[in-house]
Design a binder for this molecule. Structure first.
Ligand code: SF4
Length: 355
């Protein structure tokens, strides 16, 4: 059964803040505010294209800060979603919100309408990063909100941003470690993009903010992915999906926007693991790596970068070959010695190497 998500964007309504990087209207491409009627239209439109019998369908209110919206309006949107859930057409209702817009009363309301998954836009748990990013909440707000969400039995998702003002790779890792302590089931990792008409755009124009390069982003995200996955947190997204709006030169001015960032990150993880499997001085005559069809592009790397890199560090002939094997395993043969490793071993070994 495939999970199908019906996204309803709630752009910035209800959010009393102006985070330095945020322009929800630009980033969601939703210039007009959603209504209960338009939400219903969106749901119907998506359902007409979904094979609902063979899918797990979810309605997701993304963008903005859902629980900061005026209560009667929250109710009108949730009532629509809840009708589809009660009818058995939809199995989950998800929403994202701010940590300081969570309390018992709001959670009671969400439960009343059958919400199952709550994602918190945390972004960082470093005080300096939070304050420089004008988030308007503290790390204590996050810990309290996460604990309450878990206590009430919702599925907890945490969102982390890398490359915010004042951020460093170590601060991102510290944030991920604190995430793990909150025991979320899900996480998303978003590299910071400089979006038009934001305070961050002004900082960037004045030369006071430098956006991360793709390469730096991959290096940070690979460690976050290994750390979170190793702790049993399902990282459901890395990077924003480019769209007509979210594209360089349109609404995005600078930053590590990439159409398949996650694939690049996973590809780097494979490369690091293969490198770690080389003999101690890195020298080898032949390196052959086997993977399923699905894994081949990650093994080979963007523009064959993994092959080029492995050749450069080992002086070996390097071959990546498709083989009939499970998607969660690869086989590495170095100078005739072959072993099969599953992905969890790859992540475990890299956690030891990275940290
Ligand atoms: S809390 Fe969310 S919606 Fe509100 S300004 Fe910040 S990023 Fe934008």
């Amino acid at each position: 059964m495939k999970r199908k998500i019906i996204p309803i964007f709630v752009p910035h309504i209800g959010c009393p803040h102006d985070c330095i990087f945020c322009n929800q209207k630009k980033i969601t491409g939703a210039g007009t505010d959603v209504t209960a009627e338009s939400a219903e239209e969106i749901i119907k439109e998506h359902l007409s294209t979904i094979d609902a019998k063979n899918s797990i369908v979810e309605i997701a209110f993304f963008g903005g800060s859902f629980t900061a919206i005026e209560e009667s309006f929250q109710r009108s949107l949730l009532a629509v979603a809840s009708r589809y859930k009660k009818a058995g057409i939809v199995s989950d209702i998800r929403l994202s919100t701010r940590p300081d817009a969570i309390d018992g009363e709001r959670l009671a309301l969400l439960r009343e309408y059958g919400v199952t998954i709550i994602e918190l836009g945390v972004q960082s748990l470093d005080g300096e990063v939070l304050s420089k990013s004008l988030r308007g909440h503290t790390s204590e707000d996050v810990f309290a909100a996460a604990a309450l969400i878990k206590e009430w039995g919702f599925t907890l998702g945490l969102q982390l941003m890398v490359g915010l003002p004042g951020d460093t790779p170590q601060k991102c890792i510290d944030t991920a470690r604190k995430f793990i302590k909150m025991e979320p089931q899900l996480a998303r990792i978003y590299p910071t993009l400089v979006v038009r008409d934001t305070a961050l755009e002004r900082l960037h124009a004045q030369g006071e903010y430098r956006a991360l390069e793709i390469e730096e982003t991959i290096e940070i995200c690979k460690k976050l992915l290994v750390l979170l996955t190793g702790a049993g947190v399902n990282v459901i997204r890395i990077g924003l999906q480019p769209t007509e709006e979210i594209s360089m030169g349109n609404q995005v001015v600078a930053g590590p926007l990439h159409p398949s960032l996650r694939e690049r990150v996973e590809s780097r993880i494979y490369r690091d693991y293969i490198e770690s499997a080389l003999p101690s001085k890195g020298q080898a005559e032949t390196i052959r790596v086997f993977g399923s069809k699905k894994n081949m592009s990650k093994l080979v790397g963007n523009k064959r970068e993994n092959i080029t890199y492995l050749k450069s560090i080992s002086a070996a002939s390097v071959e990546m070959k498709e083989a009939k094997m499970a998607d969660d395993a690869i086989a590495i043969e170095i100078d005739g010695e072959k072993r099969i490793v599953d992905i969890s071993t790859v992540y475990l070994e890299l956690e030891r190497i990275y940290f």
